[in-house]
Ligand binder design. Sequence first.
Ligand SMILES: *Cc1c(COP(=O)(O)O)cnc(C)c1O
Length: 295
Amino acid sequence: MLKIYKEPIIQKIKEPFFSHNGVEVFIKREDLIHPFVSGNKWRKLKYNLEEATRLQHKTVLTFGGAFSNHIYATSAAANEVGFKSIGIIRGEELADKPLNKTLAFAKNQGMQLEFVSRENYRSKAEDNYIDQLRDIYGDFYLIPEGGTNNLAIKGCEEIVDEEVKQFDYLCLSVGTGGTISGVITAVDKDQIVIGFSALKGDFLIKEVADLLSNYTAAEHSNWHIETDYHFGGYAKTKPELNEFIEEFNSNHNFPIEPIYTGKMMFGLYDKIKKGDFRSGSKILAIHTGGLQRRE
Ligand SMILES: *Cc1c(COP(=O)(O)O)cnc(C)c1O
């Protein structure tokens, strides 16, 4: 069973413009939960690893890019719980290059890294391809790219406890949509969940709707996704975002990063300044982690 190292706390964020706009802003520090299996990745892996144990698997296999937080977290979680892990990494050209920090960490945690072409990688959700991987690597418990499946959504529901239910709005970053789906199904009906897409485009709106309908028959309408804060797309950035994060990190006693939580926080600040939140409301941002520890 995956260990919690530190219970996530909720702390207040102070900025002069919050009170001018009639809101209070807090952050739930999911990033504290584990030194290597940070934030939402811990939540997403918990029940998957329990299921892998129940099914008596010895190995977990998953997919990711060379900088993937999911690969990083899965390697550490599998190691902690006693599974062998295999990471199918996008980009066969990487096989001949020195490993970056993410991949070096994963390898150090015992993950077997297998580099595949971008074309093969695109088949990651196809049964045929998974069967081929079983022929090559033997039996494994499959964790999809980004770790998102119904057990991941179930784990992410646990981000929402009684304390979280005291807030009017919940804000979080969205990558594959697994985390926000769990938060949406767990909140009270009068709470509003706002996702900030870390990727370009609006496909995540349908993606999240599909994840929700696949998970539960209950209808949920108290959520939406902001699509204007991607800064060029996944893992892309702009000077404006970098400056915001730099200033944020020097003004507060915890850091945010530019791929997920930084974009969400930029978007949240922007929306508060535009007066998009009811006066008197309490907003809770969720720090989903993503700060891979420097070795
Ligand atoms: C992976 C990740 C996300 C995206 O979570 P999804 O469940 O894929 O939407 C958000 N924030 C951080 C820090 C992440 O590492």
